[in-house]
Design a protein around this ligand. Structure first.
Ligand SMILES: Cc1ncc(C[n+]2csc(CCOP(=O)(O)OP(=O)(O)O)c2C)c(N)n1
Ligand SMILES: [Mg+2]
Length: 556
């Protein structure tokens, strides 16, 4: 099948039809691990013109994490194809992660043949009930001539607010059969306008506030509202904290970016306006103000869909809809307010706090401690990052340090697992970042524990010639669990890993390169060699197991 367009009549097997629809939705890569149940999807990918890239991995979670990260980075649904039974069950954690992150993702699963259902074929499992609770759509396609419309629906649902994962499986006999169908027309996504009165109310609250803070979350980026958000920030002069993939929307160094004074901003604000993210543990469950005797703050929630508005917080105002329309509408409404508050003393206080925090960082970032303090890795890494770098985090404390010290200069430059917090997403996310940003630096930060979950997929980086700089913070243990357990019980168990494991040697064995670093002064030169190598390259930094990240929230 070549040069097919939506609306045309098509003849093909189920794989041809599904691939054609995926292409019409902007999919460039199918992330997968082989299984006969899904062969027609590969055949469709190979024979479409131009062929769809097949990115085959060593463990299904990597394929689905890669598709999830593709959704996060490109804001077009990522596509993962997994075989029946264990292929689908291996996809469950990444699907759940996409659900928690509002990431557009379509997973197509194989399925035992319908004509034998109930008689005990290999891998005969009814998948949709398993993924029902973590998807926007979960179903089985029963007829070949319905594949195109059902797959089209899966892409449209995954890619429209509030975004998330969808899942369809196709019985083998249905997928291998042929049909002639009319390809579904392309639907332009309609931007839903927010309620104008609701925005006016919020604008009034903002005009009444003496100490407001705006929190910019993941959905602002995923919904393509990053420019509207920056316009809003600059037109209103409001101080901003960024969160999740909202990071980078207000770039590092911006005078209104006060993420580094977050606890002062959240504890002493009188109004918190949270846009594009849940009021979850990362935001104190939506309780703002109240610190050092300050009164509780009013809270406004702005979301991309009505069902995303917090139900567990008494909201002073709220609005939902396309987030660019929400933010532009709110800026316009604020501009019409008669009161023009002076937030400069408040912003000045926050900026002083940011400056003090940044100054206090310099000791740790330049630490010459032996064993190496993990912060020193970021003291060396951040000056080496280009503006368009993509930094991926997969780990516990080591990545928490990165979250503190690596402030992206562009949106879409920081990828972490989000509120689902699933270790093991790293290699998949790095693969996706390399494909989505072919000329950018891609840096994958791995805890040594997390590294064990996906490092075999360095083989995938090597086979597909995808250079990535990996840095392992090797503290010989599951640090983020070890230290809290010691704190609670005075001892710890099941939290140690072998000391000084040569993760760099694993990468060498798989066809990449790397080195182990024990001396803080050697981190910088090792990173330079890594960036210059043009290979998957792992810098295995032996860090101090006694250093715990100073955590203020546990998430429970
Ligand atoms: C799939 C999964 N299993 C377990 C956990 C619980 N967990 C959270 S952080 C962490 C420790 C991570 O250790 P490591 O990657 O070495 O990073 P470190 O904290 O040592 O820097 C664990 C086990 C999790 N978040 N996800
Ligand atoms: Mg560790």
């Amino acid at each position: 099948m070549t040069d097919l367009h939506p609306g045309d009549l098509r003849e093909g097997h189920g794989g041809d039809l599904a691939v054609e629809v995926a292409r019409a939705h902007g999919v460039e890569t199918m992330f997968t691990l082989s299984g006969a149940h899904v062969f027609p999807l590969y055949d469709g990918a190979v024979k479409t013109d131009p062929p769809m890239r097949l990115l085959d991995v060593r463990h299904e979670p990597t394929a689905v994490f890669a598709a999830e990260a593709t959704g996060k980075l490109t804001r077009t649904p990522g596509l993962a194809v997994v075989t029946a039974g264990p292929g689908v069950t291996n996809a469950v954690s990444p699907i759940a992660q996409a659900r928690f992150s509002g990431a557009p993702l379509v997973v197509l699963g194989g399925r035992a043949p319908a004509f034998r259902w109930g008689t005990g074929s290999l891998q005969e499992l009814d998948h949709p009930p398993i993924v029902q609770s973590i998807t926007k759509l979960a179903g089985t396609i029963d007829r070949t001539d319905e594949i195109a419309t059902r797959v089209d629906e899966a892409f449209r649902m995954a890619g429209s607010p509030h975004r998330g994962p969808t899942f369809l499986d196709v019985p083998m006999d249905v997928l291998f059969s042929r049909a002639e169908v009319t390809m579904p027309p392309l639907h332009e996504q309609v931007a839903v306008a927010p309620d104008a009165d609701a925005l006016r109310e919020v604008a009034g609250l903002l005009a009444d506030a003496a100490q407001p803070v705006l929190v910019v979350g993941t959905d602002v980026w995923t919904g393509g509202a990053e420019q509207a958000a920056l316009r809003f920030v600059e037109e209103t002069g409001v101080p901003v904290v960024t969160n999740g993939m909202g990071r980078g929307i207000v770039p590092a160094g911006h005078p209104q970016l006060v993420t580094r004074a977050r606890s002062l901003a959240f504890g002493h604000c009188d109004l918190a306006v949270v846009v594009g993210g849940p009021l979850d543990f990362r935001l104190g469950y939506g309780a703002f103000g109240g610190k050092d005797g300050a009164p509780a703050a009013r809270v406004v929630h702005l979301a991309d869909a009505e069902d995303q508005l917090a139900g567990h917080v008494q909201l002073a105002g709220s609005a939902w809809g396309d987030l660019s329309l929400v933010l532009d509408g709110l800026a316009a409404s604020f501009g019409h307010q008669r009161r023009r508050p002076d937030w400069s003393p408040w912003l000045g206080r926050l900026r002083d706090k940011v400056a003090a925090t940044v100054a206090a960082d310099s000791d740790l970032l330049g630490s010459t401690a032996d064993p190496i303090h993990p912060a020193r890795v970021y003291g060396e890494l951040t000056p080496r990052l280009a503006e368009d770098a993509v930094v991926v985090g997969d780990g516990g404390d080591f990545v928490s340090f990165a979250g503190k010290y690596v402030e992206p200069r562009r949106p879409g430059g920081w990828l972490d697992p989000g509120p689902f917090g699933c270790l093991g997403a790293g290699l998949g996310a790095a693969i996706a970042a390399r494909l989505a940003r072919p000329s950018a630096q891609v840096v994958l930060l791995l805890g040594d524990g997390a590294a064990g979950m996906s490092l075999m997929d360095v083989d995938t980086l090597v086979r597909h010639r995808l250079p990535v700089v990996m840095i392992v913070g090797n503290n010989a243990g599951w640090g983020l669990e070890k230290h809290p357990m010691r704190f609670l019980y005075g001892y710890d168990v099941v939290a140690d890993l072998a000391p000084e494991t040569g993760y760099d040697k694993v990468v060498q064995a798989l066809g990449g390169d790397g080195e182990t670093v024990r001396d803080a002064a050697e981190i910088g030169p090792a990173l330079d060699r890594a960036f210059d190598s043009g290979l998957p390259y792992l810098v295995n930094v032996i860090t101090d197991p006694a250093v715990a990240y100073p955590r203020s929230t546990t998430g429970v």
